[in-house]
Design a protein around this ligand. Structure first.
Ligand code: ZN
Length: 381
């Protein structure tokens, strides 16, 4: 007789992999500290608690709800710690977590930059349409552009050589090149054995500028084969590094409301939707808005580039006084809705995604949101 376990086992590494699919760890800012913050990657996970940050109340709730993993947005450790003082934050909380064998993951700026992240979650809550990233990430492409100058009539052989070396492949297509015609000049010197022309004479030759994409891993092989196929004694060629924008990740987001509203109506709506205690307003309350830029949490850098963004208003978590002064002078409309209030929406969204994840479901692991969490600003008079 065999017995089957009703649930698959879910370990920390599985959760890290699933989160990586939603918001790749490598997209986090270099100053950030994301991923496994406390614990071990082979730990079996019982249940998961999602929160904006670790507080004593959140740790207590994790214990009560039998969660041995807390996923937070804000990392409790940013910089290397020189001491862990049990009497003060963060040492007091780290001690509590370790004492109760509760593990910790931080998903921070990589979540902000994700299509499943804080900015898109807030855009959905507000009801924005046609959303795109405010500033898509620029990523280094794992390929270079190879440009070579080939005398007319030899281009076919060179294209074949580049292709056989592994260049010129785009998706399901091989032999991808572009060529433009021009005039090349050269004068063979005394020790040259020129393919075309005479020593000491300035030559003008009809040549093609031939361009193709080559993966970085193949560039040495491609250049070797290209040089073998090329008729010239000295071949002129360039290898150009490439960058491209990646529209699957980026900073902030921008979208449009179905119907335009005034700035003051939008502020009231936002207060209700986010349960914010206050909404600070920069701009005339009567201004009609439709296109909205969003940056959850701290948004000083986004407001600084504000004039280059064609938005009627910026909805942000917080900005400092000097950024607010500049925004006001530059006639930007801004609604400041609170750091906690704008970002908790993203963690609620993440909880929903994780709770619908088949791997997590099949392991019988519950994903819950901390109910005992709030903005540290408990009252506004
Ligand atoms: Zn934040």
């Amino acid at each position: 007789m065999t017995t089957t376990c009703p649930h698959n086992t879910l370990i920390m590494r599985n959760i890290l992999d699933e989160l990586n699919r939603l918001a790749p760890w490598y997209t986090a800012e270099t100053w950030d500290n994301v991923g496994l913050i406390l614990g071990r990657s082979d730990q079996k996970i019982t249940h998961i608690l999602c929160a904006l940050e670790v507080t004593p109340a959140v740790v207590k709730e994790a214990r009560r709800r039998r969660c041995n993993l807390i996923i937070v947005h804000h990392p409790i450790i940013f910089k290397p710690l020189s001491r862990i003082d049990y009497a003060h934050y963060p040492g007091s909380l780290l001690r509590e977590l370790i004492r109760h064998d509760i593990h910790l993951i931080a998903i921070h700026t990589n979540l902000d930059k994700s299509l499943y992240g804080t900015n898109y979650a807030l855009a959905e809550r507000i009801g924005l349409h046609n959303c795109t990233f405010l500033s898509p990430d620029t990523v280094e492409r794992k390929a270079v552009k190879l440009v070579v100058f080939v005398p007319e009539g030899h281009e076919g052989k060179v294209i074949e050589a580049i292709s056989s070396g592994g260049g010129g492949i785009i998706g399901n297509y091989s032999h991808c090149t572009f060529r433009s015609k021009g005039t090349g000049t050269f004068k063979p010197l005394a020790r040259a054995t020129p393919f075309i022309g005479q020593k000491g004479n300035l030559e003008e030759v009809q040549e093609y500028r031939l361009e193709s994409i080559v993966p970085c891993s193949r560039i040495h092989q491609v250049v070797r084969e290209m040089l073998e196929a090329h008729p010239y004694e000295e071949t002129a060629y360039d290898i150009i590094p490439l960058e491209e924008t990646d529209s699957s990740q980026g900073l902030g987001c921008i979208g449009t409301l179905e119907s335009p509203v005034s700035l003051s109506v939008m502020a009231s709506r936002l207060k209700r939707l986010l349960n914010s205690k206050t909404i600070k307003i920069i701009g005339s309350p009567d201004t009609i808005i439709r296109k909205i830029a969003i940056c959850t949490g701290a948004a000083d850098s986004v407001i600084s580039m504000g004039q280059g963004v064609s938005a009627d208003v910026f909805i942000v978590g917080e900005i400092n006084h000097h950024t607010a002064v500049a925004a006001s002078i530059n006639a930007l409309n801004v609604l400041v809705a609170g750091h906690y209030e704008t970002e908790i929406v993203g963690m609620l969204h993440l909880r929903k995604i994780l709770s619908e994840n088949p791997l997590i479901q099949s392991a019988g692991v519950r994903v819950v949101t901390a109910t005992h969490q709030s903005s540290p600003f408990s009252r506004c008079l």
